[in-house]
Design a protein around this ligand. Structure first.
Ligand code: DC
Length: 232
């Protein structure tokens, strides 16, 4: 850990539904770090573009829009609340419509450029767990710890379906599997910052792990890097 930093920079990347969000949130709680859900930031930008009727191909309007947009996070006990231009949009960004629309939005290089800048600014002092697709490869290639989370498609779909049901959204297992598979394909084959494991990332396969196991594994890896700073 570099001197003067508040703590480690921990990057957690991986496929959708691998358990990144829950793990990142709980690891951050254990270590007293900030949790940054970068996917939620892309979702908030997608929501704003949708509301303002800005097409994903209109670079000029996107640039203008993003210069006048703020996306921040408020810590809360459950999940971080996402605040877009001062209003809490945590629930609006999780609809199936935004899940579809955020794909093309996150492929736009201009959108990525703005978001990577915001993320670096928010995380540069350390003491942060960032989760996303390009954290260890692009946002913080020098992160102190890089974790790459994977899990079987079936296991991921089962978890995602449960989360959706809790919010009153009912989709069949087959539908959820198909949508996750399509997102995997899209995230890993896109032109700009595709999802890929950084060479120095440690793979954690969560197919047969409980949430507690996942968290313990990441905390243990962090402890190995900074044994004196992390005693929890
Ligand atoms: O993790 P999520 O499902 O909330 O992510 C939403 C979208 O944003 C998904 O299509 C992948 C994309 N994303 C990205 O391109 N880069 C990140 N660092 C995080 C998410």
């Amino acid at each position: 850990m570099s001197p003067g930093k508040r703590g480690l920079i921990i990057a957690i990347d991986g496929v959708a539904g691998s358990g990144k969000s829950t793990t990142a949130k709980l690891v951050a709680q254990r270590l007293g770090y900030m949790h940054m859900d970068t996917g939620a930031m892309y979702r908030a930008v997608a929501l704003k573009m949708l509301r303002c009727g800005v097409e994903v191909t209109d670079s000029e309007k996107i640039d203008d829009l993003l210069r006048n947009t703020t996306v921040t996070q408020k810590e809360s006990d459950s999940q971080p609340r996402i605040v877009l231009d001062g209003a809490d949009v945590t629930d609006e960004i999780r609809t199936p419509e935004i899940s579809l629309w955020v794909g093309p939005v996150s492929e736009n290089p201009l959108v990525r450029q703005h978001l990577v800048r915001w993320q670096r600014e928010l995380g540069k002092d350390g003491g942060v767990v960032l989760e996303g697709r390009d954290i260890g490869t692009v946002v913080f290639p020098d992160a102190d710890l890089k974790v790459y989370m994977v899990a079987d498609l079936k296991a991921r779909a089962k978890r995602r379906r449960k989360e959706m049901l809790a919010k009153g959204l009912d989709q069949s297992q087959a539908e959820v599997e198909a949508s996750l598979a399509a997102r995997d394909e899209r995230d890993s084959t896109r032109e700009h910052s595709p999802l890929r494991k950084a060479d120095d990332a440690i793979v954690v396969d969560t197919t047969n792990l409980t949430i507690g196991d996942q968290v313990e594994r990441v905390v243990e890896l962090a402890r190995k890097i900074a044994p004196t700073a992390i005693r929890t």
